[in-house]
Design a protein around this ligand. Structure first.
Ligand SMILES: [Fe+2]
Length: 263
């Protein structure tokens, strides 16, 4: 946007109030979609329930998954900064809210690095690892939204996706990992899932997300973003599986995991 007072937001509180909508029906639709995706994920993706229910934990799989979580969070904070930039020019009340949330989440990669350290993974190993292709594409998709769609809606959808699916899946993953590795070994993951649930992050993120939705076209975009983000997460879990557990039998099987439509 340009520095033209006619296109500015006027009073910040009034601007925020004008962007507040009751989108309960859309949220129900999104949550139902995510619930169905979680079931499909466990049913169809190899190793999807390994950390939730695996009897013999594949430690290499667990390590690489946590390393990737850290690498993804390190890049996501840059996209969060782009979203804050967007809000400062349109809705600074939401900008302040997002900045507060991002401050809370910004360094949570330390918690996962702490867990990895307790099983002997060094910081050097973590930070010298190149992210998976799927992680680069997910990060790139969120940045694409900012660059070419002019809105952080893709980011907000991705963050809602993660907060919602975290509260639905991670308690059982962490419980199983505590049983297999010992409670003290996964203290960081336990603390992280506790923060998401206790601080009601999904509700908060939904509130910011809805400030970006003002038409039925925007609502359709939300559903589309959720599906694309889901496809990219599935691509990630397939890439992780093929990297650690069972290599792709041919190059197209690996490429197919990215081109495939899960959702
Ligand atoms: Fe969170």
């Amino acid at each position: 946007m340009t520095d033209d007072p006619r296109s500015w937001y006027g009073d910040p509180r009034a601007a925020a109030a004008a962007r507040t909508a009751d989108l309960g029906a859309l949220r129900t639709q999104v949550d139902d979609l995510l619930d169905a995706m979680i079931n499909k994920f466990y049913a169809e993706i190899p190793y999807a329930d390994h950390q939730a229910r695996g009897e013999e934990l594949n430690l290499e799989y667990y390590k690489r998954h946590n390393i990737e979580t850290i690498l993804r969070l390190r890049r996501k904070r840059t996209i969060d900064a782009l979203a804050i930039n967007y809000f400062t020019k349109r809705d600074p009340v939401r900008g302040a809210a997002w900045a507060h949330y991002v401050e809370d989440e910004m360094l949570h990669d330390e918690w996962f690095a702490g867990d990895l350290g307790r099983i002997g993974v060094t910081k050097d190993e973590i930070y010298s690892t190149d992210p998976f292709q799927a992680t680069k594409l997910l990060t790139g998709y969120l940045q694409y939204g900012m660059e070419f769609e002019g809105t952080p809606l893709a980011l907000l959808c991705s963050v809602y996706f993660v907060e919602y699916t975290t509260t639905k899946t991670q308690p059982s993953w962490v419980k199983n990992l505590e049983e297999k590795l010992g409670r003290e070994k996964v203290a960081g993951a336990r603390r992280h899932v506790g923060t998401d649930i206790d601080d009601e992050h999904a509700d908060f993120v939904w509130g910011v997300l809805t400030s970006l939705v003002s038409s039925t076209e925007d609502e359709a975009k939300v559903i589309q973003h959720m599906r694309i983000v889901a496809n990219l997460w599935v691509a990630y879990f397939l890439e992780l599986y093929q990297a650690v557990v069972a290599p792709a039998k041919n190059s197209f099987e690996a490429a197919g995991s990215l081109a495939g439509r899960f959702a």
